[in-house]
Write a protein that binds this ligand. Sequence first.
Ligand SMILES: Cc1cc2nc3c(=O)[nH]c(=O)nc-3n(C[C@H](O)[C@H](O)[C@H](O)COP(=O)(O)OP(=O)(O)OC[C@H]3O[C@@H](n4cnc5c(N)ncnc54)[C@H](O)[C@@H]3O)c2cc1C
Length: 561
Amino acid sequence: MEAKHDVLIVGAGCAGMRAAIEAFDAGADVALLSKIHPVRSHSGAAEGGINAALGNASEDDPETHAFDTVKGSDYLGDQDAIQILCDEAPGDVYQLEHWGAVFSRTEDGRIAQRPFGAAGAPRTAYAADITGHVLVHVLYEQVMKREIPAYEEYFAWKLVMNDDRCQGVIAWDLLKGGLKSIGAKTVILATGGAGRLYVGTTNAYSCTGDGMALALDVGVPLKDMEMMQFHPTTLAPTGVLITEGCRGEGAYLLNSENDRFLKRYAPNAMELASRDVISRAEQTEIDEGRGVDGNVLLDLRHLGPDRILERLHGTRELSMTFAGVDPIYEPIPVRPGAHYHMGGVDTDVWGLTNVEGLYAAGECACVSVHGANRLGGNALMETITYGKRAGRHAAEWALANTTVEVPPSTEADAQRELKQLLARTQGERPWKIRDELAQTMHENFGVFRREDQMDRQGEIVAALRERFERVVVEDKGHVFNNDLTQALELGFLLELAQCMVVAGIARKESRGAHARPSDFPDRDDEHYMKHTLVMLDDDGRPELEWRDVTVTKWQPQERKY
Ligand SMILES: Cc1cc2nc3c(=O)[nH]c(=O)nc-3n(C[C@H](O)[C@H](O)[C@H](O)COP(=O)(O)OP(=O)(O)OC[C@H]3O[C@@H](n4cnc5c(N)ncnc54)[C@H](O)[C@@H]3O)c2cc1C
């Protein structure tokens, strides 16, 4: 074993860095490990903002925030976890402000808050439309100030299990090559989302669900994996995100007939209905022939150049660069794209999994605060509040427990497996399998789901997994071998896809992101107000279990906007 820590955090986005700061301040020896430089994590791409009931723009309180989140989750979110998020959010946002986050301001100098979808009050604090960028840099400064070491450009490939405890990570050194074992009393997975399962996604290339698959492999269930959120405004043709902040500022959604079609789907909230509702409305318009080249149009023109330049300058640049459209003069072509995984590693409200010493936080975890549909602005808040909580709990546990050991056999097994993979000279390149996976997930497990398509997708994923057994890594080198890491990532993606399909077929209702209009158009609280939990059996096949949703004070109601 080459190194040892009390707390090792895999992933250095908002969740990982916030966890590291908390664990360090609790007195633990902490290290971060990340396959990319921390500030390049996908958190840095977040635009619209972060939700906390500060009550600056109008009356608001954590209770209202919690109710909006419960309703937004289509009653699949655990209400105890949601209450914790909403209660701790204001303090956690002020903490970020005190560390130097340059939030946009109201006239009288308080943190400005914009309206976001399905929120009962303007609740989303923001730094223009680069909120994630600002947060990542503020957190990185705090990490550097504490001199928390980071294994930068290390790819976590396996978790080390010893004595029924997670005791570290085996990682591939991207810069120099070679495997490195790092022992740790506790490991926190903070590896983000898995949007790369889909061809049209807002997610960065690094969002391949690695941590979810690592947890699954050591016996942790993945929860609510069928719940992939489609964001209604992703730019055609790239899938780059156009922030919900545009609609928060008053943008319209139009079809080919210049009609604000949402009046037929969400007559009260209109463009500020929740994401699942708007994505379905858009897809219906497109499917029924009222789209424009497979898109609908997001119109900002009436906001005027001053407001666009002041509050949405990043959006304007993205539109001009990637679609050749200046939103001051023309509407932006948008369509639904895979954006956020509500599901993930099953944890309790301290981020702890069913494996001693193993935690998860941020998008890779499922506590669950988002249930079947996440509200815009709640993901960044979750990374901060639950990153903090996981960091604290992991540090306290580590400080109370002593030994840690990476058994030599674990290292030897990993070396052998890697050698075998690199020794193969004949076979298929990973990208082909990856492209087929992403294309078919989009077709068969997208905004709308049908039993026959999900069945077919199950067969497709099984066939792709077989082909993956013979995948060939052509680059045998040691320095920045992306061919190798992309093959490992593909293995993770295929495992997750299989879990998603199994859970999707089993949920015979429509709830949040899981919409089955042709066979089960309604929500069925009697049978399905339950989380799906997928584990692997001894032969590596997925097994499904159900767990009741935690309800504290909000009984399910019909969800209308
Ligand atoms: C374009 C875009 C805009 C968004 N806008 C908003 C918004 O305005 N408001 C909001 O609330 N939410 C928003 N979201 C969602 C939110 O930003 C993310 O859910 C959140 O930032 C995820 O943070 P994280 O820390 O969990 O993961 P990430 O920031 O994705 O970080 C993951 C980390 O894990 C590391 N990692 C992954 N795999 C490995 C491995 N195998 N080995 C080593 N390291 C690994 C990566 O290097 C990285 O450091 C947006 C998402 C996108 C894609």
